[in-house]
Design a binder for this molecule. Structure first.
Ligand code: SF4
Ligand code: SF4
Length: 308
């Protein structure tokens, strides 16, 4: 199974629009939304959730009242003001606790323990385009490579069971821990960029990360016609760096309309952006034809990081 991760150097470049369209064009690909901090692909794919898997990512301190002597040391060392006092009773506010463990370290009575805490869920679902797995964090929880890895693991498992040719992954923007976790083990990384002044720098950074994981980088330039000079500069840089350009997607008002209506733009019939996205899919399929996917299926899976 070929793993294609769609990434971008920064948010708001149209990454999710591209990915939803690829999901619609690919017919039966497994899709994973690893942009767990801002998971929004489900708004376009409208899946039916089949299973919610609890995700326990963080730890929180808990005070055992029967052991606590009320010395107050835990409260004095907590930099996050998470230990509350009411008379002689001390308790930890789980919303403020960062799980650093300082209080448990200093507690002379051994009354504090760090316990695993429900940080979110992994939703295993099915959309009209095929299996879809996405993560959801509870309010206040931080995105982590661990959750991304677990989302990918679930998606890979489904892909193996259903003998899928392609796993499409929506990666987080930037180059932080969640992106590293989503690129780990991938065969290809499609960087979606817009012709802006920071685009080259963003492209260089994310391509460097993709190459570290030996994922073949590709490029798609969204709203390419809005700044033709910058588009040409990005294209010539990509050509020089050996990054194949798969599509120049023109600005198209239908993209916003499709998002508002909760559907991938490619379901909208003939429009300039749809034509470009179909070409993108055709070019990618030429790079990784079904035969390559079959061969990849027989190979042992590429290793993934256990934690981003
Ligand atoms: S440090 Fe331990 S014993 Fe002292 S107040 Fe905190 S929980 Fe109680
Ligand atoms: S684990 Fe850290 S953040 Fe949480 S209550 Fe203890 S000292 Fe404060």
């Amino acid at each position: 199974m070929i793993e294609l991760v769609v990434v971008s150097g920064k948010g708001g470049t149209g990454k999710t629009t591209v990915l939803a369209s690829l999901a619609a064009l690919a017919h039966g690909a497994v899709v994973a939304d690893c942009d767990v901090d801002a998971a929004d692909l489900h708004l376009l794919l409208k899946p039916e959730v089949l299973k919610d898997v609890p995700y326990q990512g963080s730890e929180k301190a808990e005070i055992e009242p029967s052991l606590c002597t009320g010395c107050g040391l835990c409260r004095s060392v907590c930099r996050f003001n998470a230990v509350e006092r009411s008379g002689k009773v001390f308790r930890v506010d789980p919303l403020s606790c960062e799980g650093c463990g300082a209080c448990a370290f200093v507690c002379p009575a051994g009354a504090i323990q760090l316990k695993r805490h429900l940080s979110g869920w992994i939703h295993v679902s099915r959309s009209r385009y095929g299996p879809f797995v996405y993560g959801e964090l509870r309010p206040g929880e931080e995105a982590s490579g661990k959750l991304v890895t677990q989302v990918k693991m679930q998606a890979r498992e489904i892909g193996r069971r259903e003998s899928a040719d392609l796993l499409l992954v929506d990666g987080a923007p930037g180059i932080g821990c969640p992106v590293i976790a989503s690129l780990s083990g991938a065969h290809a990384a499609l960087v979606v960029t817009e012709p802006s002044r920071s685009a080259l720098h963003d492209l260089e950074r994310v391509v460097a990360v993709a190459r570290q994981f030996r994922a073949q980088p590709f490029l798609a330039i969204n709203k390419a016609d809005l700044a033709p000079d910058l588009t040409r500069t990005i294209e010539s840089h990509a050509h020089h760096e050996g990054i194949p350009l798969l599509a120049r997607i023109p600005y198209d008002e239908g993209v916003v309309e499709a998002m508002v209506n909760g559907t991938p733009i490619v379901t909208y019939g003939d429009r300039p952006a749809v034509e470009a996205l179909r070409l993108l899919w055709a070019h990618f399929s030429a790079w990784f034809p079904p035969k390559a996917a079959e061969e990849a299926r027989d190979l042992p899976p590429k290793p993934v990081l256990e934690d981003g």
